[in-house]
Design a protein around this ligand. Structure first.
Ligand code: UD1
Length: 417
């Protein structure tokens, strides 16, 4: 099994180009199922989750090829509506094919995503909302069997809780439903806006009618298009923190700083120097970091997907900080590993108290989930000596060429078998 060896504590200096967004690419790939014409996608990140989604689409009958840097998806002959456990178990976003398959065939059998390290990850909100579009479903032996005997019919749906995946599934499904759907209390993550932009480009009629409300008029004609997926804001945030924690000097490129305002403001508040240019954020790490209290929240709040990374940086603050995790119930698994590196973090329920003034000690470590893995790299980058990070397959699900990108800016990091 591959591992990463990190020799700290170099100051990172130079430029890092941010890849396309994994979490925008996944629903957009699922949404290509609606199309009967070719779709050309640009800027998909080369990460495992995207490979898995491509395999899932192929298992459903999509014909997928490469044309220069584009991924070309031809769903004109796609006709299967069975998403197997084998493909959905490794990546919960597999559930995103449920909405499009129902919209296209009025029928779907999709494996339940199951739990994962960070929480139980139910899909009750997806199912309840789909049933408002006329979907009947039952759950049997780990699969959702869903069908819409009269086809999907537009409706008014208010999500009981903000859910990124449920919002995406419903937007996609409603795009081909008969009549009008109004969705309220939607998630408004930038990746959802990217999905809406993609769907509009293929010919769907979707309009934001209030901050968290969408009006969708079902269509039956789809266009052939080319679309460039947005940048990965979590990858950008991770490298900003890498610059800060190593007291480095990094230019994070190919991004839109407006989308990561919350993260930038928090970094500024705790004393990191940030200069914003068009498509670039320049960060200069400061020796003195101030403590802060942070809570994760749906966008535009602070992202849960950066909680582990900011926690590492707050270990360097002048005083005690606190982090409240409001999205997932079990997202502090990095704490035990960080404490093994000398951090002093205690947790109570969904709150973590983070002592400052910590000098991380290098160690052999175990990655537990995608973002936890990268937080261990950040700690290892600032620790003197050699750290070894095991189980990096988690990391490869969501970070394109992480060791190459870090090496290019001066990190001493290598992948070993
Ligand atoms: C997406 C992101 C993930 C991010 C998360 C929150 C992708 C592929 N993944 O995950 O990286 O951490 O948003 O920003 O884009 N919930 C229910 N019932 C449901 C659905 C969700 O109770 O039917 C709960 C979840 O357990 C969680 C919360 O709602 O506690 C938010 O989950 P959701 O926004 O749906 O996250 P994902 O779409 O799974």
């Amino acid at each position: 099994m591959q591992k990463l060896e990190v020799f700290g504590a170099n100051k990172l200096k130079g430029q890092i180009k941010i890849s396309g967004s994994k979490n925008a690419s996944l629903p957009i790939l699922a949404a290509t199922l609606l199309s009967t014409k070719k779709v050309y996608l640009k800027n998909l990140p080369k990460v495992k989750d995207i490979e898995t989604m491509i395999n899932l689409l192929q298992s459903l009958g999509s014909i997928i090829s490469h044309n220069k840097k584009d991924l070309v998806i031809d769903n004109s002959k796609q006709e299967k509506f069975f998403a197997s456990y084998k493909l959905v178990k490794t990546m919960r976003a597999g559930i995103l094919v449920l909405g499009p398959l129902l919209a296209k065939f009025g029928n779907a059998k999709v494996s339940l995503p199951g739990g994962c390290a960070i929480g139980t990850r139910p899909i009750n909100i997806h199912l309840k909302a789909l049933s408002k579009l006329g979907v009947k479903y039952k759950i049997n032996q780990g699969y959702v069997y869903a069908n819409a005997p009269k086809g999907l019919i537009g409706s008014k749906i208010r999500f009981a809780k903000i859910s990124v995946g449920a919002t995406e599934n419903l937007i996609i499904a409603a795009s081909l439903a008969q009549g009008t759907t109004i969705l309220t209390n939607c998630a408004i993550e930038p990746e959802i806006k990217d999905l809406v932009n993609f769907l509009k480009k293929i010919g769907c009629k979707i309009k934001w009618i209030a901050k968290r409300s969408l009006k969708i008029i079902g269509v039956n004609k789809i266009k052939e298009i080319s679309y460039k997926v947005m940048f990965d804001r979590i990858e950008a945030g991770t490298y900003l923190i890498a610059g800060a924690i190593t007291q480095g000097n990094l230019k994070i490129k190919n991004i839109d700083s407006n989308i990561i305002k919350t993260e930038i403001n928090i970094l500024k508040k705790i004393g990191v120097k940030i200069f914003i240019k068009k498509n670039e954020v320049h960060i200069i790490g400061n020796k003195k970091i101030k403590s802060i209290n942070i809570k994760t929240a749906p966008y535009p709040g602070f992202p849960t997907d950066l909680q582990a990374q900011i926690m590492v940086l707050l270990c360097k603050a002048n005083k005690k900080s606190s982090i409240k995790e409001n999205i997932f119930e079990n997202r502090f698994m990095h704490v035990a590993e960080l404490n093994r590196m000398g951090a002093q973090i205690s947790t109570k329920g969904n709150k973590a108290m983070v002592e400052g003034n910590i000098n991380f000690a290098s160690a052999e470590l175990m990655a537990t989930d995608l973002r936890a893995s990268v937080s261990l790299i950040l700690a290892a980058l600032s620790a003197n000596g050699k750290s070894v990070i095991n189980r990096i397959y988690h990391l490869d699900r969501g970070y394109e060429n992480i060791e190459k990108k870090l090496k290019k800016v001066g990190a001493n990091i290598r992948r070993v078998n």
